[in-house]
Design a protein around this ligand. Structure first.
Ligand code: ADP
Length: 576
């Protein structure tokens, strides 16, 4: 078995790997940037080496620095996690040449499967259908444009070295082709230092279904069934499930067998994922990811197999002792990715201090942060993965929704309400969605500014303003029924006009008009972080956090950030 493992990664996946290493009695070594000195993965590991710097180029992507850290700490192996150097063939080779075990397939396999062009060629030879298109060596713009015409629009341009949706452009007609090609190539050059592209027929209303495989060094290969990852925004996954809904057993068998055939044809070793794009009853190979995937926990949940555990055992030369026939689907699992991003601003990442992070214990939570942690602008903005597993798909959905309702996040913008709306959508309940679903339904999925949140924020402010001061006085705030007071709330780049009326005899009742909508508020209460009241006879409750002059209301999984302008102070219309 391995003795000491360096984890060349950060965040939730580094924590996840350290946990498996601990279980197997392997000592763990974390690496970190200056930004990450206080991060959870550093605290969890037995040892750590600080590589310095902030941007990933100076640390998590610096091969030499990681190799030196491994040698210096006496590690015998390196787990790359996902992202960063996980699919970098040169990195795997560098480690092997230095006598270290790279937890993953051989550098040659990474090389050939890491190229979308090369892997499509190999897969075609193995007899598995690939998406029709052009993957020739001739990269002249005019040739590419001719080929696009032959394929027939719409087509998709992809960077051969691509990943994470980068260097990928959808082209609807010949007139757009040149501009989109230039922009895809520019992005690919910047991200991968390689602007080779391939063209594919764009399959509308397609599903993304991928198969998890596990292979040892002795030719034993098994699959752990499939995951449906069609819920995507900007070609990136946000919600995944296993098994895929609404597919026949025959389809399942075929797609899983295809993944095994592909893996066998390249002598694959370790954990890997074969991604397919599916069109009604057909599937086409898209790419193979030669690493652990973000969404691996849902496959673990339905099969009971610990993938990281097996990655480490296979890397140590152990034989896979699970027969395919013994791997069964048990129940249904969903994963929701909680991101620090603003769905109202085209999912723009949001950085800052997480003031609050609390997710109920009834679900599996994979995270690299906690309340008080920093979500850095330098790295991926994922806060946590929430994984719900239950006997049936309906129960798993219910469990996930229940957990999201009770989750509290404050300090950064996040996508909880977006996830909730996604999970509540009829298309999700019917298991009838495709990769274009989010884009088509975006207006319905993005939460409008909720009036109840503004009301809760306002009620909290009013109660805070009238709290007795320690010396027995009251703040200068005085109003009565005949005297209405104006406030402004800014939220989601909008300014709301608020008019408050109050009877001094009834300190827990108000009349609050937000823009033109009037609410009668009764039994307003504030205790600790909790605020509640009856708004036009409906009982509403939420939690409040305050940070840098901003008020954050958390309710039903969502959070609304706002600024409330105190009428007694000068109005400052800085928009939140
Ligand atoms: P990356 O490696 O950058 O993640 P992929 O090739 O895995 O790129 O594609 C990402 C997503 O883009 C897919 O899950 C799918 O939603 C969409 N996509 C890719 N190729 C096609 C295609 N030929 N037709 C329709 N959608 C596609």
């Amino acid at each position: 078995m391995l003795k000491k493992l360096l984890i060349a990664n950060r965040g939730e996946i580094a924590c996840r790997i350290i946990r498996s290493a601990k279980k197997l009695g392997i000592r763990s070594v974390a690496v970190c940037s200056d930004e990450d000195r206080m991060a959870l993965h550093v605290q969890l590991a037995d040892e750590f080496v600080c590589l310095g710097g902030a941007s990933a180029l100076e640390n998590y992507l610096d091969m030499e620095a990681i190799l030196n850290a491994a040698l210096q700490s006496g590690a015998d192996s390196v787990h790359p996690g996902y992202g960063f150097l996980a699919e970098n063939a040169a990195f795997a080779k560098l480690l092997n040449d230095a006598g270290l075990v790279f937890v993953g397939p051989s550098s040659d396999v990474i090389q050939s499967m890491g190229s979308k062009i090369e892997s499509k060629k190999l897969v075609e030879q193995a007899g598995v259908p690939v998406v029709p298109g052009y993957n020739g060596a001739n990269q002249e713009a005019s040739i590419l444009e001719d080929e696009a015409g032959k394929i027939g629009y719409p087509i998709i341009i992809k960077a051969s070295a691509g990943g994470g949706g980068r260097g990928m452009r959808l082209v609807n007609s010949a007139s757009e082709f040149k501009a989109q090609l230039d922009s895809a190539k520019l992005e690919a050059r910047q991200a991968f230092s390689d602007d080779t592209v391939l063209l594919e027929k764009y399959l509308a209303k397609a599903r993304h279904i991928e198969v998890q495989i596990l292979a040892d060094s002795y030719g034993n290969i098994v699959h752990l069934f499939e995951r449906d990852c069609s819920m995507q925004r900007r070609h990136q996954k946000v919600l995944e499930e296993a098994p895929a809904p609404n597919i026949s057993n025959e389809f399942r068998q075929h797609i899983c067998q295809a993944a095994i055939d592909i893996s066998r044809s390249v002598n694959y070793e370790g954990a890997g994922t074969v991604e397919f794009i599916c069109d009604k009853s057909s599937f086409y190979f898209m790419e193979m990811n030669t690493r652990l995937q973000v969404e691996h926990p849902i496959s673990e949940a339905i099969t009971g197999i610990d993938l990281v555990d097996w990655q480490l055992r296979i890397a140590a030369g152990e034989k896979l002792d699970i027969a395919q026939a013994d791997i069964k689907i048990s129940g249904h699992a969903l994963e929701a990715r909680l991101y620090a991003e603003n769905p109202k601003k085209n999912f723009m990442p949001s950085a800052g201090t997480l003031i609050t992070l609390s997710i109920p214990a009834e679900v599996r939570v994979d995270t690299g942060v906690a309340s008080g942690s920093e979500v850095s602008r330098y790295y991926d903005p994922m806060i946590a993965k929430i994984i719900a597993h239950a006997d049936s798909r309906e129960s798993a959905l219910e469990k996930m929704l229940g957990a999201i309702e009770k989750t509290r996040v404050a300090g950064v913008e996040h996508n909880l309400v977006f996830l909730k709306n996604l999970l509540n959508h009829t298309a999700m309940h019917e298991g009838n969605y495709d990769t274009g679903f989010i884009e088509r339904e975006i207006a319905e999925l993005i939460p409008p500014t909720a009036t109840y949140d503004l009301l809760l924020g306002m009620v909290w402010k009013l109660l805070a303003l009238t709290q007795p001061l320690p010396w027995g006085g009251k703040t200068g705030f005085r109003i009565n029924m005949n005297n209405s007071q104006h406030f402004n709330i800014s939220a989601d780049s909008k300014i709301f006009d608020v008019v408050v009326t109050r009877n001094v005899e009834q300190p827990d009742s108000f009349g609050i008009k937000i823009d033109s909508v009037y609410f009668e508020v009764r039994e307003a209460r504030w205790q600790g972080t909790s605020v509640s009241g009856y708004f036009n006879n409906k009982k509403v409750r939420g939690d409040i956090a305050e940070s840098g002059g901003k008020v954050i209301v958390m309710r039903s999984g969502g959070s609304q950030t706002m600024r409330i302008y105190d009428p007694l102070k000068q109005i400052n219309r800085n928009v939140t």
